[in-house]
Ligand binder design. Structure first.
Ligand code: HEM
Length: 387
């Protein structure tokens, strides 16, 4: 059977072999810029991620109301370090683990609603979208009534713009999010609640606090980084299970292996497919000279399928020796939310497989959303039997 996203995987493979680093003047990057170097091999992608002195994360256009521009993911040290240290005071692995009981309860309630005798569901809509949304919204203290609005904003921001109107939507969605959070920050400054925004208003490093714009940048990045990616991870996991009944059987007998499957899905269908950087100086990579100021797309989705690191890279293999993928990035920007994403995904898949089995697709006609920055399944109608 043809793999979903086959074209892009073939492009990765051919490029790794024949053209591992090349410039594409027409390539539209996710935030609207055109023209980039593509980097495909594992070794080179890791090199880009590890050398932030050469490959800067300050690539966002400096326009007003682009809050991502002030987020930690779009900044280099020393500013990045200051933001990451400040935010890490509230966003600790322990704080994320402490959310686990709440996540378990929420997932149980959701499954009660969506697992019905019809033996059918649309997985993206019914499970993969609501779970990360609820978790982030709870962290940020966003009420239920505003969730649909947030989903719409985050989708517009990560969607690949194909024309000027869509490029405008990218900025407009951020402005709308910015205005929303400005209000929330004002409210929490006056009356702190038990949420991460209230904590972030308080944190200090060397007598310095986060400014309002820095806080806004963090809220926007949390919604994007934590929402679309985790949705895509969950959907890709179910697609992989539907394609591999033998793995379903194995997991039914050995639920502890769910974590192995989840890591393999991150490797094979990396939810974030590439990261952008900007060269701070001329640099030679893969025999090509990247000039100071050029943009670079480091394709972690390709690095994760590099045969020189992962034998039989295109195969799902829960027993592979090396699972050291770069789906959560590498180096100083390594995903801050990885422990939370792992809790969300393992709780969801474990609880789901306790209740349903024999997961199969309702139709072979599955499509990806229009985006290359994410591997994002549009709809995933499945059938299942109850356990
Ligand atoms: C499957 C789920 C996820 C994937 C695949 C993912 C992937 C990534 C990647 C690749 C980066 C590095 C970006 C770069 O190098 O420029 C990153 C950074 C980040 N992620 Fe995640 N992420 C996920 C879930 C989450 C969640 C749930 C949160 C928070 C709730 C989160 C918050 C962040 C933050 C704040 C950063 C910026 C870190 C920095 O710049 O120092 N992510 N993520």
């Amino acid at each position: 059977m043809k793999q979903l996203g086959e074209e892009i995987f073939t492009w990765f493979k051919e490029s790794r072999q024949n053209n591992p680093v090349y410039y594409d003047k027409d390539y539209a990057l996710w935030f609207g810029a055109t023209g980039t170097w593509h980097v495909f091999r594992n070794e080179d992608v890791r090199y880009v991620f590890s050398n932030h002195q050469i490959f800067s994360s300050e690539y966002m256009p400096k326009v007003q109301d682009n809050y991502l521009d002030k987020a930690m993911s779009s900044n280099d040290p020393p500013f990045h370090r200051k933001l990451r240290l400040l935010v890490s005071q509230a966003f600790t692995p322990k704080a994320m683990m402490d959310l686990q009981p709440w996540i378990e309860e929420y997932v149980d309630q959701l499954l009660d609603q969506v697992i019905t005798d019809s033996g059918k569901m649309e997985f993206v809509r019914d499970i993969a979208v609501p779970i990360p949304m609820q978790v982030i919204a709870r962290m940020l203290g966003v009420p239920n009534k505003d969730h649909a609005m947030f989903k719409d904003w985050s989708f517009k921001i990560v969607k690949q713009p194909t024309n000027e109107a869509e490029a405008k939507e990218f900025i407009e969605a951020q402005q709308a999010m910015g205005e929303y959070f400005r209000e929330v920050i004002k409210e929490r400054t006056e009356k702190p609640e038990n949420d991460i925004i209230s904590q972030l208003i308080q944190v200090e490093l060397d007598g310095q606090k986060l400014t309002e714009d820095e806080l806004l940048g963090f809220c926007v990045v949390l919604l994007l980084a934590g929402n679309e990616t985790t949705t895509n991870w969950l959907s890709s996991t179910i697609l992989t299970l539907a394609e591999n009944p033998d793995i379903q059987e194995r997991l039914a007998k050995n639920p502890d292996d769910i974590s192995l499957l989840l890591e393999e899905v991150l490797r094979l269908r990396s939810p974030a497919q590439y990261q952008t950087r900007k060269a701070k100086q001329d640099v030679v990579l893969g025999g090509q000279t990247i000039k100071k100021g050029d943009l670079v797309a480091a394709w972690q989705a390709s690095a994760n399928r590099d045969e020189s690191v992962f034998p039989n890279a295109d195969q799902v293999d829960l027993d592979r020796k090396n699972m050291d993928h770069v789906a959560f990035g590498h180096g100083i920007h390594f995903c801050l939310g990885a422990p939370l994403a792992r809790v969300e995904a393992s709780v969801t898949i474990k609880k789901l497989l306790e209740r349903i089995k024999n997961i199969r697709l309702q139709s072979e006609d599955i499509e990806l959303n229009q985006s290359t920055v994410t591997y994002s399944i549009k709809e995933l109608p499945i059938r299942f039997d109850r356990v």
